[in-house]
Design a protein around this ligand. Structure first.
Ligand code: AP5
Ligand code: MG
Length: 215
């Protein structure tokens, strides 16, 4: 099964992905996490990506498509949540071709709908583990000890792109590029809209139901 989580920055894609990993053994392909990993390693990809990410811009399609192709080839048998990919029409069309050549397809696209006004508070208050990518929030989901991940003991920090001026640009990129991508899936009738402003546990239950997961 292949599922896409699509939505604005801070809409809850990563938070819900982690629930599906823990409870149903899904594999998560978070393109943002892959890029942040490359930055920490100091690889050529990381050096290139950092420039775009720090400004809130999208990393060029050809780089992202190559990255995802490699990943999906290595995980072809598994149930995968694609978190943060595709976010342009070009990425969506390439993904369709990749999967088709493997007699595979996207089963469902979950769109996290959210009022942009609440995103700044969600994102400026978010903290993320640099080791396992666990997601916290200083007010609504603080860790037990400041700066330390409850799950793995890794370092918990603020993402460099979670600053207000960068958030504004990320939201603009979402409107410009990902808005049309959402419409692309709407016409294919694979889109399922979720109210991302509900409590995380309710959002989880609604996604579960949409996927036909009963337990
Ligand atoms: P990426 O890492 O994918 O960031 P994003 O899409 O901007 O989304 P976020 O991770 O910020 O938000 P989220 O929806 O996961 O929210 P979360 O669950 O953490 O991409 C980063 C950058 O990489 C891009 O800007 C781009 O440069 C590059 N990139 C990545 N993919 C690319 C691609 N395909 N093409 C080109 N470039 C690409 O939640 C946020 C906060 O809210 C948390 O603190 C959480 O605790 C809280 N929260 C979550 N759910 C709820 C809820 N229901 N109620 C209250 N609080 C909640
Ligand atoms: Mg995320």
């Amino acid at each position: 099964m292949k599922i896409i989580f699509i939505g604005a920055p801070g809409s809850g894609k990563g938070t819900q992905s982690r629930e599906f990993i823990d409870k149903y053994g899904y594999v998560q392909l978070s393109t943002g996490d892959l890029l942040r990993g490359a930055i920490i390693q100091g690889s050529d990809l990381g050096i290139l990506a950092k420039n775009f990410m720090d400004q809130g811009k999208l990393v060029p399609d050809e780089i992202m498509i190559g990255l995802v192709k490699n990943y999906l080839t290595s995980q072809s048998e598994k149930s995968v949540i694609l978190d943060g990919f595709p976010r342009t029409i070009a990425q969506a069309e390439s993904l369709d071709l990749m999967l088709k050549s493997n007699a595979d397809q996207i089963d469902k696209v979950i769109y996290f709908k959210i009022n942009p006004q609440i995103l700044v508070e969600r994102l400026t208050g978010r903290r993320t583990c640099t080791n396992c990518s666990e997601i916290y929030h200083i007010k609504t989901k603080p860790g037990k000890a400041s700066g330390v991940c409850d799950k793995c003991g890794g370092q918990v920090v603020q993402r460099p792109d979670d600053k207000e001026d960068v958030i504004v640009e990320r939201l603009a990129q979402f409107e410009k590029n990902t808005g049309p991508t959402i419409e692309y899936y709407r016409t294919k009738k694979t889109l399922f809209e979720i109210d991302g402003m509900q409590r995380p546990s309710i959002v989880f239950e609604e996604i579960k139901k949409s996927l036909g997961l009963l337990i």
